[in-house]
Design a protein around this ligand. Sequence first.
Ligand code: PBG
Length: 324
Amino acid sequence: MYLQRRNRILRQSPAIRSMVAETSLSASDFIVPLFIDEGQGIKTEIASMPGYYRNSLDITVKEVKELWKMGLKSVLLFIKCKDELKDNTGKEAWNADGLMQRSIKAIKASVPDMLVMTDVALDPFSSYGHDGIVENGEIVNDPTVEALVKMSISHAQAGADFVAPSDMMDGRIGAIRKGLEENGFTNTGIMSYSAKYASCFYGPFRDALDSAPGFGDKKTYQMDYANRTEAIKETLMDVEEGADIVMVKPALAYLDIIRDVKNSVSVPVSAYNISGEYAMIKAAAKMGWINEDKAILETLTAIKRAGADMIATYFAKDAVKLIG
Ligand code: PBG
């Protein structure tokens, strides 16, 4: 048989395949989400995220040192707020001595070069478990944005390198940028969750922080998963308002969105390989139905191939060990 072109030539050995690979993973691609608890010496495995833990600050600091040694250079902090501190204003979110603020300081003090990013949204602090302030059963936009600005400033004050608003209120990026500027935080970055969808795959995360909405769902602020063009509208507005990095979330069911966003903006694009995506791989691997290590690498490579410049993932440590 005569063939002018034989595509299999470039696939015939590991050496050739790795030479022509269009996408590769490295430790600097990853952002490591950390769940932090009050107390000392506390390490709690999250039931729906086997192998992932919520740690007290002392253990978190040790973990961050280990991450740094492994070549992981950025963490994304989430805290579990005590029930008695939750209310409908979310005011614990900007308490200068709050767990988040203490965590930022402790991490920056022990590993100063680690990039510290912080979640900005009211849900862990809200008695209703919503990302905003509730009035008459509605999540009100403008008072929530004021709260998010205070929260962001307090994170910057504590030493956060990036604030990461994950709430999907309108106008919050512009307001946060203005707040940071007016308070002299000209080096603080904003990684905006720009196209964040109302997703069932957040379930395990809400277990981790005990932050499930007390009523209704998040569909009046997070995006409808039927929509694609709207993701571009959201993202372009965030860039315009001052986002340094934009994010698409979740990642796996939204690879088309990651690519569309990548083609539409000239800022770095991140993607969040979220809790439910972690849980699915863990569960199938536990049943012996897939190979966990291979699934991790295939998943993360696909997210990067889709267009993510960086990936927040609970698999960061596994991936770094696997890519050697
Ligand atoms: C809170 C927030 C959520 C996640 C990150 N920040 C949950 C939600 O919006 O309900 C989800 C992360 C994950 O599932 O891994 N605003």
